[in-house]
Every structure is written in C-alpha cells, then in structure tokens.
Ligand binder design. Structure first.
Ligand code: NDP
Length: 355
C-alpha cells in the first residue's frame, strides 16, 4: 500500500494537490475518500481528504506557500491534535524545494515475526518493514525467509533470517537471542506461527493435537518468555516509550464450533494468556494485544488432512476470503499507536462470514 516507503522517499509536490474545496489530497491508499467531521472528532490519515466542521484545515497547492496553505502541514497537525483529532506526531515535513518527505512510525525499532515464511506472517513482516522496523523473520523454511528478506531489502528495508522450530524451547530462545544480537534490540514481537488441524474429537489423531498444542501454545509461550525482558527494556529506554506483543489468535479463539475443538482450545488459550499478560506488564508500557482473523487465504488449510480439507473448502467456497495483508494492517495499526493508546483486541472477519 505505501507509496513512499522509505524516509528518504520524496513525493513530488504534484503528488499532493488541492481538492476542489481546498482539501489536501495525497496519492496514497486512501486517495478518493473523504473524512467529514462536524464535531472535531475522528482520525486524520495520510491520503484522506480532511475537513473538519466544514472548515478548511489543510490546503496543498504548493506545500511551501502559506498563501495557499492557510496552515503549513505541521501547523495543521498541531491544530488537529489540539482538537483531539490527530494522535500521531507529524509524518510529513517540507523540504526547501517544497517536497514532502514521509517519516516512518517504526523507524529505529526491531520486530520479530514468527511464522514469517508464508501467509499472515510474511505480510505482517513486510508491513512492519514498510513502517521502518528492522524485521527478524522466523520460521523453519529458510528458503522462503531468504526470499522475503530479499524482497524487503529490495524495498530499502532491513530484514534478517532466523530459521528455527519454535516448538523446541532452546531453538525459540536462541532465535530471540539471534534477532537481538544482529539487530541490537527488540521492540515488537508478533506471535503468528500456527497450525490448524480439524475434525471430530472421536477418532482424532493425537499427533494432530500434539502439533497444534506445541506450535500454537508452547511455541508462543517460549518466544514470549524469551522476548519479554528485552521488550521491557525497550519500553523503558526507547524514544517511543512503548513495546508490543501481538498474538495472532482466531475467530476460533472466540467462537467454539464442532470439528475444531482442539484448535479452539489453543486459540481460546492464546486469548486468555494475552489478557493476563497484558495486565501484568501494562504498567511497564509493554502492550499485549490479540488479533483474531476470520478466514484468510493462506497455506493454513493445506495442512488439513484429505477428506476434512474438502469440507472446509466447501464451507468457504462462496466467501470472499480475507487476504494476509488485511491482517497485517491490523497488526500495524496496533503497534504504530502512540504509547498512550493500547488497542487490545482486533477481530477481523471476512465480510460475509457468520462464524
Ligand atoms: P500459514 O500456514 O501460511 O503460516 C503458518 C506459519 O507458521 C508458517 O510461516 C510456518 O512456517 C510457521 N510455522 C509452523 N510451524 C512452525 C514451527 N514449529 N516453528 C516456526 N514456525 C512455524 O498460515 P497463516 O498465515 O494462515 O497462519 C498464521 C496464523 O494465523 C496462525 O496462528 C493461524 O492459526 C492464524 N489464523 C489463520 C487463519 C486463516 O484463515 N488463515 C484464521 C485465523 C487465524 P514454516 O513451515 O516455514 O516453519
């Protein structure tokens, strides 16, 4: 989504233009949408046309020209902030050539993403890297991780590969250590690696249960335990003054259904653990959050056994599935908030999904 991905990216003045009624329009993801607000509340995002109470807040014919602007960008943000609207420091600044540079919100931070070799984890790693975080990519398939790291670096980001099996406590701990020794610190952990086997409890294969418990629960615990002291330190000494754990649960962490009993058990467990840990470390400014995806188009169902997989595919065949990037957006939203804001839980269903 982001057009200006690196801090050094410069949008030509022409990519920010004045709308008919004087709104600022940038050529970004939300271009074409308009945020109207008569009461002064609401959020101003890059690429939205921004009007408050019908009054002009921001005009951008030439961003350096105050005759056209009414207010310069940073004045505008201060004004929005004063009205309780903008919750972030300015993301843009104006160069003497009248161009706009984008500042990334996670610059200087380090994120570890488990299960980064595919699906939601890969999309999340890219999204965090686009916000300026250096990312440690953790999973078992090294070739996939190398490919993703290459793509992130090609976009100007920083990524390292940490291949490990997090069901092995020692490997999980060493993976966290490697991330920190190579990248210097740890501000964000996304516990995403997971597995779903389904089927009735009667006649279930206990090896399927064991695997789910080992990855969805124990792996998450091992990584979190190893990372927490580092996150507490980051929250204490970083300029942002906050660190994050984001656990990827599921709608199955909120709604139990026949055929997914043990997957439900693991994801309800993740939700419970998340909430308890949140309360333990919140005073130290480590935020602990949970994201609960609905049905996402990933490799997750490829691990389901033949016969059962077809049943799942039939259930979702008419559904427009979520994309991994939809979940990555939720994670990015959580970890880019100001330290005073804790978004504890986000449930993201496919629009037509009932469960
Ligand atoms: P994918 O199968 O695409 O991704 C799973 C990831 O977990 C892979 O990168 C895999 O990498 C990694 N992984 C699995 N086992 C281990 C292990 N022992 N050690 C380290 N990494 C491991 O599926 P999704 O992206 O869909 O799943 C991500 C998370 O989202 C899971 O927790 C899942 O439960 C959850 N979720 C997914 C939904 C969906 O519809 N897709 C819905 C709700 C929740 P590798 O094999 O290389 O080790």
């Amino acid at each position: 989504m982001p057009i200006a991905r690196r801090r050094t990216d410069v949008l030509p003045a022409g990519s920010v233009r004045a709308g008919k009624r004087g709104e600022m329009i940038t050529e970004q993801g939300f271009a074409g949408t308009t945020a109207h607000n008569s009461g002064g509340g609401g959020t101003a995002s890059a690429g939205l046309r921004i009007r408050l109470g019908g009054g002009l807040l921001h005009r951008h014919g030439d961003v350096t020209d105050r005759r056209h602007c009414g207010r310069a960008p940073q004045d505008t943000v201060r004004s929005l902030t004063a009205q309780g609207v903008a919750t972030r420091p300015p993301r843009t600044s104006t160069t003497h050539e009248g161009k706009i540079t984008m500042t990334m919100r996670l610059e200087g931070t380090v994120a570890l993403v488990t299960g980064a070799s595919s699906g939601i984890g890969a999309a999340t790693a890219r999204s965090l890297a686009a916000e300026g975080a250096a990312v440690a990519l953790l999973a078992r398939r090294r070739d996939r991780l190398e490919e993703l790291a290459g793509a992130i670096r090609a976009d100007g980001g920083t990524a390292i590969v940490v291949d490990a099996d997090i069901t092995d406590r020692q490997q999980a701990e060493e993976a966290v250590e490697r991330a920190v020794s190579e990248l210097g610190r740890l501000d964000t952990v996304v516990n995403n690696a997971g597995l779903m086997h389904i089927g009735p409890v009667v006649d279930a294969l206990s090896v399927d249960w064991d695997q789910m418990l080992q990855i969805n629960v124990q792996g998450l615990l091992y990584v979190t335990r190893a990372a927490l002291p580092l996150l507490l330190r980051a929250a204490h000494d970083s300029p942002r003054g906050v660190a994050d754990v984001v656990n990827i649960s599921s709608t199955a962490g909120r709604v139990a259904r026949p055929g997914t009993a043990v997957y439900n058990l693991t994801k309800f467990g993740v939700n419970g653990f998340t909430e308890a840990l949140r309360q333990e470390v919140m005073q130290k400014r480590v935020r602990v959050s949970v994201v609960e995806p609905g049905t996402v188009d990933t490799e997750l169902s490829s691990h389901i056994r033949d016969g059962l997989r077809q049943a799942v595919e039939a259930q979702v065949k008419d559904l427009e599935l979520l994309r991994p990037e939809d979940i990555a957006d939720a994670v990015s939203y959580i970890v880019t908030r100001d330290r005073r804001v804790a978004v504890n839980e986000i449930l993201v269903r496919a629009a037509e999904q009932t469960w």
